[in-house]
Design a protein around this ligand. Sequence first.
Ligand code: PLP
Length: 392
Amino acid sequence: MDSIALSSDNVYKVIDVLRSVLGEGEVNLHHPIFRGNESKYLNDCIDSTYVSSVGPYVEKFEKDLAAFTGAKYAISIVNGTAALHLALLLAGVNRGDEVLVPTLTFIGTPNAISYCGAIPHFVDSESITFGIDPFKLRTWLNKIAHIKNGMCINHQTGKVIRAIVPVHIFGHPCAIGELTELANEFHISLVEDAAEAFGSWYKGRHAGTFGDLGVLSFNGNKIITTGGGGAILTDNQELAIRAKHLSTTAKKTHLWSFDHDSIGFNYRMPNINAALGCAQLELMPEFLSSKRLLFNAYTSAFEFISGLKILKEPSDSKSNYWLQAIVLDPQNSHLKEQILQLSNNAKIMTRPIWKLNHHQDPYKMCPRADDLTIAESLIGRVINIPSSAGYI
Ligand SMILES: *Cc1c(COP(=O)(O)O)cnc(C)c1O
């Protein structure tokens, strides 16, 4: 077939192609799929009366997560944002510190930084992985920061740059190898936001296992769900013990006494959510292959339209293909709204990428790199398309 160049006259072809892959009817962006042991484990949980703060499914889910990801420890948490908050505290983020974070991420990432009393410092992304650009970041840090007493000081603001939070956008691993090196070199702790990347690997290692701590989310729109939920991954036993302790109100182990050794959090995952998670985890191999097949189907279906592409996993990586995306060539960014309009009119749910965080009201005054051009460009030309497992 001859290829056609995308233009405002043939935008409807994009909708035709989506239909050819997805079939008839209303299609949402992402929905959970329960076709395993979900009801069985949930009923078991209810029958046992252990639906809340303790129970055997919590321990099983944590063990299964550790086995799946290869992390030594997994601590289940009430949601991904709370997991990030706790992970940042454990990484030593203090009030008044700066934390490097991509401006192109879900607002939950900078929110968790703010819960620590710390200040998000926004940096740019690159257009292959959609994650932090390590080369640009190095240039920026060389310009604004120096090392003093083993700490990275931003000499423009006088604050300590304590941590960096790389994000694996849509499940595609970012340049985490280079970012880990950079963090070590600049004495910055690394906490990975792998909320979207459960089931993604970078050079054979699971996302979320590169930094001191990594975070997953099991919200309803993620690759597997516990209703609401998250987890902290770490190889460090001491951090794992503290994560569990702080997430369970920092109560000292005792049969009846209420002794708490610090201000803890009620961030534990209830047993009933973990029960759902145990069942969902069993379906992961199926979800992963289904999502990869969907990516392949979109890629070949869109082959005859030039001027856009389907976002592909970076080399060296194996993505979970959680959320599929059309990336318009820069000269076609003016077609984004038209594609969103036509597809949503046709009851095919599509969405633009988030608004950049440095443009969000609470974050307008935060420090940021002088060059955020790639993030600015990407938000103008990325469209997420239906991505649930099970279309193919
Ligand atoms: C979903 C998500 C979170 C937050 O997870 P919740 O479980 O919804 O709190 C954080 N960061 C990113 C990049 C996410 O996509």
